[in-house]
Ligand binder design. Structure first.
Ligand SMILES: Cc1ncc(COP(=O)(O)O)c(C=O)c1O
Length: 427
């Protein structure tokens, strides 16, 4: 994390005080569980307002930071609380309950249950892959300069620990073929791993993961996808993509409880990833002394006591998204992003860094203006208007990121554009 990011996180804490000052009026309630009305294509807004009403997210807050942390719907919180209560009544850990959730997450991600491990966050999943693959000094790993610290630090650590060479490419915002070409140009006989963010965190570029998986298979390179920003933003199938491993957060676009994540490792390659943390559930060792036999499934990456309540809450979040429709959610996020873009494009001196080309971006829009420093713009939006975006200091992009998800509304998008316009006019 850069110093800048730390400063922002601190500011965010006191900026939250602005919530009580000048809130943007948004539709929505305080997190009930009322049934959703039927979806009507000709008049969809009542449906989406009811969706918003299922979140306890304050109606005084305009929340555009799902890429940082996604709010959980009431049904998710209720499930987690109920499981906590049931288990506490018996003082049981409920580990066996994970299996139903594992099957749910596997189906959602297009994988098999034994390829899925529950982890605490995307960073942990990325770290398991970076630390677990057998790599030597001089082996090379390729990833993008826009990787989030949760994706880049695990490899920077392997550079320190094992002398792994890091080769970086700048994501091409204009073309999927450009990304393929930039990556291909970095591959050498020493390249052992390619990692990309499925959707890059700073500017929301969607990477051509299917083509990259084919490229890696041809060259015998391990292909890891950091999917922290994609799962829950739009549907995809890991078996169709054909990557070797994939990590995601449960607490962003999926809307699961905090500290939930999923790691997928292809069944036929799981033996190539040595788990770094092991214990009960990772394998078998019946009698000491004896040999530890690691599970030959992704369950080898789980160890010790976990929160079944959080994991079942994550499965509930998946069920909530499926009850609405994954394609419908993806289309809503893209449609709202297009509305934000169209509004921002009309403002003088605003540069949009996220590609407009269909397929190259989805539900995140990153922009900046030479009229006002990005941290000031972020701060004014949050403190004065309770509009929560995300400052983007990575690679000195000096921009502001807007995530649009199922609980956001067109009115919120229009309010954001209007406030940005006002702030920049006065700057
Ligand atoms: C691409 C990417 N990878 C990893 C992370 C870290 O996620 P987590 O906090 O779940 O570890 C993020 C968070 O924003 C991200 O955008």
């Amino acid at each position: 994390m850069t110093l800048d990011r730390r400063t922002f996180l601190r500011r965010t804490a006191w900026g939250a005080a602005g919530l009580g000052v000048a809130a943007v009026a948004v539709a929505g309630g305080a997190g009930g569980n009322a049934p959703l009305p039927a979806y009507d294509d000709r008049s969809p807004e009542p449906f989406w307002r009811a969706v918003r009403g299922r979140y306890p997210l304050s109606p005084r807050l305009t929340y555009f930071n799902t890429g940082g942390l996604g709010p959980a719907a009431q049904t998710v919180l209720d499930r987690a609380a109920a499981v906590t209560r049931e288990l506490q009544e018996k003082s049981e850990h409920g580990h066996a309950l994970h299996e139903g959730a594992r099957a749910t997450l596997a189906r959602f991600l297009g994988a098999d249950a034994d390829e899925i491990a529950f982890v605490r966050n995307a960073t942990e999943g990325n770290s398991i892959i970076a630390a677990g693959l057998s790599l030597r000094s001089g082996d090379e790993v390729v990833f993008e300069t826009h990787a989030h610290p949760g994706g880049s630090f695990p490899w920077a650590n392997q550079e320190k620990l094992r002398g792994v060479g890091l080769k970086l490419f700048e994501p091409d915002p204009t073309d999927a073929a450009g990304n393929l070409a930039r990556i291909t140009a970095l591959l050498t006989p020493r390249t052992r791993v390619l990692q990309v963010s499925h959707v890059t965190a700073p500017t929301g570029i969607v990477m051509p993961v299917d083509a990259l998986a084919r490229l890696c298979r041809e060259r015998g390179i391990w292909f890891h996808v950091d999917g922290a920003q994609s799962a829950g933003m739009f549907p995809f199938s890991l078996h169709t993509i054909g990557c070797d491993s994939f990590a995601t957060s449960g607490h962003k676009w999926l809307g699961g409880p905090l500290e939930t994540g999923v790691l997928y490792v292809r069944r036929d390659r799981v033996d190539e990833v040595a788990p770094t943390l092991v214990g009960s559930y990772s394998g078998e060792l019946d009698f000491l002394p004896g040999e530890l036999r690691l599970a030959r499934t992704a369950i080898r990456f789980e160890y010790g006591t976990r929160s079944a309540a959080a994991i079942l809450g994550l499965a509930e979040a998946v069920a909530f998204q499926e009850s609405i429709g994954r394609e419908r959610i993806a289309a809503r996020g893209r449609w709202l992003a297009a509305r934000v873009r169209a509004g921002l494009e009309k403002l003088p001196d605003v540069e949009i860094l996220t590609p407009a080309k269909p397929g190259l971006s989805a539900a995140m829009t990153t922009f900046r203006s030479p009229r006002l420093a990005f941290d000031r713009l972020f701060e004014r939006l949050f403190k004065d208007h309770a509009i929560r975006c995300r400052p983007v200091s990575e690679q000195r992009l000096n921009a502001v990121r807007v995530s649009t998800h199922l609980f956001n509304s067109p009115e919120e998008c229009d309010a954001l554009v209007a406030r940005v316009g006002e702030i920049l006019r006065r700057a």
